[in-house]
Design a protein around this ligand. Structure first.
Ligand SMILES: Cc1cc2nc3c(=O)[nH]c(=O)nc-3n(C[C@H](O)[C@H](O)[C@H](O)COP(=O)(O)OP(=O)(O)OC[C@H]3O[C@@H](n4cnc5c(N)ncnc54)[C@H](O)[C@@H]3O)c2cc1C
Length: 599
């Protein structure tokens, strides 16, 4: 007598970093209940990643302890709570500081976060129903094949036979990119002249040993990649801090840093919301679901600068003035209710709105000027590089003071406004790098202690500022840096470091699997990311159809979630996307014909 053999289903997840782990957590949460009542689900989950599951590449535990998160431990959780608007079950769990026994205000090192992510991964595996078996393949996935209706094949490096999959999820995250023409030319020039050129990269993976002690190095980029570079080339080379003084080891190069803005990202705010002095701004107000619906409904589409930015400006202004008027009325000239009514009626970015603010907020320093914040050195000129060093140290010191002084808590209201706006704009999909850069510059800068160390390194002469409008040329066998802030100043160096992450598009990524997918018809967003259906993460094709068995989530797609780790109690889009994709995958597996041969 032949019994019907239960069919084992197979899911392949490529990329086992935070996003892959988050999807696994949601599969575990949703799988109970979807097992047809049999009490077990016959499923193999193949996790493919050359790096350890949980942390993956960026958060692997095997990296320098000098590299920190730029999030406080209390702002990082991998677990859902009752604020999250999802169809699957809420499964609470500890945030990073609770798991690690840390003060919530600490900025932990990345290895610690890697430990947390490994624990979350192991917990998700343990929570899977009976019959689900997870296999980790410490290899790179190279190719994905299979028809739209049938099972898929995932080919791994060094493995002659593919993994067979009923469904595939690509959570591949941050990718390496082929250099663009400029980077290729700079590298070729460096090779011809015996110079060093380090193109955009993940700093933890760059070969910094090529930068010699005492060598002048031009560093292009003043964001978080610069902070990592600065740390690895100073403390990482044996230097140490005694209070506010840097004691060099003598093995540091001299870092000459500049960028378009010429200043570092604003320091993380160093105080909490003082609830005793008023409520948080009631957001969203001018940029909420209704405005996003309106933008999405426009037949002619929308332009970020023309249609979205004015709403962002009005929303952030509302957050700022709400706090100023309610917590610091002595710095305003009219009552909040009067101001609010006129503010609501005024057109965004209009002369009328500017006049209202000027008449109601006497001190210009209390007015919100996003353009000025974005370009703080516009029009600023210094007569010598030394004058620039002094002025920039003053600027950074003033920023540190301000970001640690609750008298400036309208800044904290703007920060909350930025989080609200970011969460709303997620529905518009890929808005391109400018918006993410602006958000990071204002809301996601380095922890205060990092900027204090930057000041100490500047005083020690190990870091030198080049100012705004940085331009680098390759001439006469050297690299030359010039900028707008010190007219006429030229710095020559034999080393150039691009301190920024690669920005891979589907066309330029080094990832063979994604490049092939694109060549075979997967659609790209306007800025070149992998296009997926925001409802469930299914990969879209250029003919507009969604692939029934292929899914993708994360920074390489338009389903980028919160763009960072989730803060507790914020209804994070990351959790909502992970849940929707996990449920769609489980629905698909459940609906399949019992015989895989029929597929
Ligand atoms: C340097 C850095 C620092 C950051 N710091 C913070 C922070 O402090 N706070 C914060 O909130 N956010 C931070 N972020 C942002 C956010 O937390 C990260 O974006 C997060 O790592 C994203 O997770 P992910 O799983 O989508 O991508 P990733 O972390 O990139 O993981 C993707 C995984 O996929 C694997 N993979 C890719 N392609 C393949 C393939 N073909 N085959 C097999 N495996 C593959 C990779 O090896 C990797 O392990 C940081 C981002 C970066 C890059």
């Amino acid at each position: 007598m032949s019994a019907v053999r239960p069919v084992r289903r197979s899911l392949v997840v490529v990329g086992a970093g935070p996003r892959g782990t988050g999807v696994l957590e949601r599969i575990a949460a949703n799988a109970r209940g979807l097992d047809g009542g049999s009490g077990s689900l016959d499923l193999d989950i193949h996790l493919v990643d050359p790096f350890p599951p949980g942390g993956g590449r960026i958060w692997r535990e095997d990296q320098s302890p000098l590299l920190w998160m730029n999030s406080q431990a209390q702002d990082v959780t991998m677990f859902t709570d009752d604020t999250v608007d999802l169809e699957g079950p809420v499964l609470p769990g500890p945030a990073l500081h609770e798991w690690a026994g840390l003060d919530g205000r600490v900025f932990p090192d990345r290895r610690r976060q890697g430990g947390y992510l490994r624990w979350v991964y192991e917990k998700a595996v343990a929570d899977l129903p009976a019959g689900v078996v997870v296999h980790h393949h410490a290899r790179r996935a190279l190719r994905l094949s299979g028809t739209r209706r049938g099972r898929q094949q995932v080919w791994l490096e060094g493995r002659p036979r593919p993994l067979t999959a009923d469904a595939v999820v690509l959570t591949q995250g941050h990718l390496d990119a082929e250099p663009d023409d400029e980077q290729r030319e700079l590298s070729a020039y460096a090779d011809r002249h015996g110079l060093v050129h380090l193109p955009p990269d993940f700093t933890a993976d760059s070969d910094l040993s090529r930068l010699a002690p005492g060598q002048d190095v031009i560093v292009r980029g003043f964001g978080l990649a610069f902070v990592d570079l600065m740390v690895l080339l100073t403390e990482g080379r044996g230097g140490r801090f005694e209070g506010d003084r840097y004691v060099p080891s003598g093995r540091e190069p001299v870092l000459h840093v500049g960028s378009r803005r010429g200043v570092p990202y604003h320091a993380k705010i160093g105080y909490d919301w003082d609830a005793g002095s008023g409520d948080r701004p009631p957001l969203p107000r001018f940029l909420g679901p209704a405005q996003i619906d309106g933008l999405l409904a426009r037949a002619s589409g929308y332009d970020f600068r023309r249609d979205v930015w004015p709403l962002v400006d009005k929303e952030l202004g509302y957050a700022h003035y709400h706090r100023l008027f309610t917590a610091h009325p002595e710095r305003t000239a009219v009552a909040w209710t009067d101001f609010e009514e006129k503010y609501a009626a005024a057109e965004p970015l209009s002369a009328e709105l500017r006049a209202l603010v000027a008449a109601s907020v006497p001190d210009p320093a209390d007015r919100l000027d996003l353009t000025g914040l974005d370009h703080p050195l516009d029009g600023v000129r210094h007569s010598s590089p030394e004058a620039l060093q002094d002025a920039l140290r003053d600027y950074i010191g003033a920023d540190l003071d301000r970001r640690h002084d609750p008298a400036h808590d309208p800044d904290l209201a703007v920060f909350l406004g930025l989080l609200s706006v970011y969460g709303q704009l997620v529905r518009l999909g890929d808005l391109g790098p400018w918006w993410h850069g602006f958000f990071s510059y204002l809301a996601s800068g380095p922890p205060g202690p990092r900027l204090r160390r930057l000041l100490a390194l500047s005083r020690a002469g190990v870091v030198r500022f080049l100012g705004a409008g940085l331009r680098v040329s390759a001439e006469d066998g050297v690299f030359r840096a010039t900028g707008d802030t010190v007219p006429g100043a030229v710095l020559e160096a034999r080393a150039l470091v691009e301190a920024r992450l690669p920005q891979p598009t589907l066309a330029r990524t080094r990832d063979r699997l994604l490049r092939a997918l694109h060549a075979e018809g997967a659609a790209a967003t306007p800025t070149g990311l992998l296009a997926v259906d925001p409802a469930d993460g299914r990969i879209l094709h250029r003919d507009g159809s969604a692939h029934p068995r292929r899914f993708a989530l994360g920074p390489h797609t338009n389903a980028r979630g919160a763009g960072a780790f989730t803060r507790p109690r914020t209804n994070s889009p990351t959790f909502r996307q992970n849940d929707a994709t996990a449920r769609a995958v489980l629905d698909l597996l459940r609906a399949l014909d019992p015989s895989p041969a029929a597929a």
